[in-house]
Design a protein around this ligand. Structure first.
Ligand SMILES: NC(=O)c1ccc[n+]([C@@H]2O[C@H](COP(=O)([O-])OP(=O)(O)OC[C@H]3O[C@@H](n4cnc5c(N)ncnc54)[C@H](O)[C@@H]3O)[C@@H](O)[C@H]2O)c1
Ligand SMILES: N[C@H](CO)Cc1c[nH]c[nH+]1
Ligand SMILES: [Zn+2]
Length: 441
């Protein structure tokens, strides 16, 4: 453990019974990630340069932003032997942890695999849905301020389970520092090609293709504001999984359990990013005091205390609520990425939650386990998008095609229905085309 250093978080205290509470909450949740003109401008330039010149632009931006000098793309691609060597270099403990996590993530995701289906009607008409994996996917693995081998597992495994034909991974290696766990995770999951590039230039290369990097059909994976903005802009040319914002955790507590555990769970999300959001909703005012005391005592011992303190001070809150019903209503309004039900009878409250990326049920179900190895995906909807979207899954790497095989009897009968509706829309060619099947000549 590091030496305690004086640093404190001024975590705001709120009371959900106060009349201004909902306005205060809205202000706390507001997050303008697209408002940064500097990021927009930089991404516009990078996308255009990579689209116009390809590899030379990627090499130049990698030199400028990641401080890696490459003489050609060959210097920025890792051969399979480098991935294998990274795997071999791990300690037995690290290799075993990666293997256990990968197995659990695979087992969970195998249950998501959708199959093609069809049915036949009485007149012989056959209707169905054909499910096909994507041909080629680009996987962005963040690498600027921290390395994320767990994100390799969480993105690559569902793609492989879906049967994606080719998986191209990009990961920045600032000043040429390669993370062996990240490369080992690529080896374990069977990633096909790895390029040590990052930021908007990596997203552009995958979206448009370069002389060396093949164009992909979809780009998945989290990243910083440059990556998020670039993904948003290339959507349409390629598919994207989502535009992920800073990480979030919301904890609902009834005052049972250990305040140190709650404080550390808030830290665990806050240490990701100064913009990360950690919020506690609690029915017990004394317990809130105890959590605040735990925060003050534990924070100085954390190596990432500066990031945690900034995140908790600017975007965190300890909120006193009237009841667990009120806490659940607020949780549904926030629609958090992660929700911990730190409650005595936690399971009975699951049905009260409609909007959350992942629900962690009970004192033992801590988000850190979900981040690495519980099995479900850690790429989750942020910024209240859990109201309308879902965790990354196998379904993000599959697409569906409708199959329509009409029998003659079916076409003769449905042709009349189509004809009426086509005339109603003023589309005569549609109507005649259907009527010809009714007439049979
Ligand atoms: N939601 C999730 O599941 C999840 C998982 C892991 C990480 N994350 C998040 O992903 C993010 C990772 O961010 P990161 O910065 O560490 O790595 P990153 O790989 O996303 O970004 C690094 C790249 O940003 C580019 N860049 C940096 N400064 C630039 C500038 N001034 N102009 C243009 N480009 C510039 C560089 O090309 C660099 O390679 C964090 O916010 C983290 O919380 C989310
Ligand atoms: N909590 C992150 C998603 O919000 C995922 C992660 C990766 N490593 C550690 N945590
Ligand atoms: Zn995390």
């Amino acid at each position: 453990m590091s030496e305690p250093v004086q640093v404190c978080a001024e975590v705001r205290r709120l009371d959900a019974r106060e009349p201004e509470f909902l306005n205060t909450l809205e202000a706390l949740l507001a997050f303008e990630d697209t408002a940064d003109a500097r990021i927009n401008q930089a991404v516009t330039e990078i996308l255009a340069a990579v689209r116009n010149t390809g590899d030379p632009a990627v090499i130049e931006y990698t030199r400028r932003f990641d401080h890696v000098e490459a003489h050609g793309m060959v210097d920025l691609e890792l051969p399979a032997s480098a991935l294998k060597a990274a795997l071999d270099s791990l300690s037995v403990e690290q290799r075993e942890a990666l293997r256990i996590a990968a197995d659990r993530v695979r087992q969970y995701h195998e249950r998501q695999l959708a199959q093609s289906w069809e049915y036949t009607e009485a007149d012989g008409t056959r209707l169905g849905q054909k499910v096909t994996p994507l041909d080629r996917v680009g996987l962005y693995v963040p690498g600027g301020r921290a390395s994320y081998p767990s994100s390799v597992l969480m993105n690559a495994i569902p793609a492989k389970v879906a049967g994606v034909g080719e998986l191209i991974m990009v990961v920045p290696t600032p000043r040429g520092e390669r993370n062996p766990l990240v490369l080992a995770a690529a080896a374990i999951t069977g990633v096909d090609r790895v390029f040590t590039i990052g930021g908007a230039q990596a997203v552009a290369a995958l979206a448009y293709g370069t002389q060396t990097i093949p164009q992909v059909d979809k780009i998945v994976g989290p990243g910083n504001a440059f990556v998020a903005e670039a993904k948003r802009r290339v959507f349409g040319t390629v598919g994207i999984d989502m535009v992920a914002g800073p990480s979030e955790v919301l904890i609902i507590s009834d005052g049972s359990g250990n305040p140190d555990w709650v404080a550390m769970d808030l830290f665990a999300q806050a240490e990701h990013d100064e913009l990360a959001q950690s919020i506690l909703l609690c029915t017990d005012a004394d317990f809130i005091d105890a959590v605040a005391a735990s925060i003050d005592r534990l924070l100085p011992t954390m190596p990432r205390r500066e990031t945690i303190a900034t995140s908790l001070t600017n975007r965190g809150a300890l909120i006193h609520v009237d009841s667990l019903e009120q806490a659940c209503a607020i949780a549904n309004r926030i629609a958090p990425e992660h929700l911990e039900l730190s409650l005595e009878n936690a399971a009975q409250w699951i049905d009260h939650i409609r909007h959350a990326g992942a629900i962690f049920v009970g004192h033992w179900s801590v988000e850190a386990l979900g981040d690495y190895c519980a099995g479900p995906n850690h790429v989750l909807p942020t910024m209240r998008s859990a109201r309308f979207s879902s965790p990354l899954g196998v379904y993000d790497f599959q697409k569906r095609t409708s199959i329509i095989e009409m029998s003659e009897a079916g076409a003769r009968s449905l042709g009349k229905v189509a004809s009426v509706l086509a005339h109603g829309e003023g589309l005569q060619a549609h109507a005649r085309s259907a009527e010809m099947r009714v007439e049979g000549h």
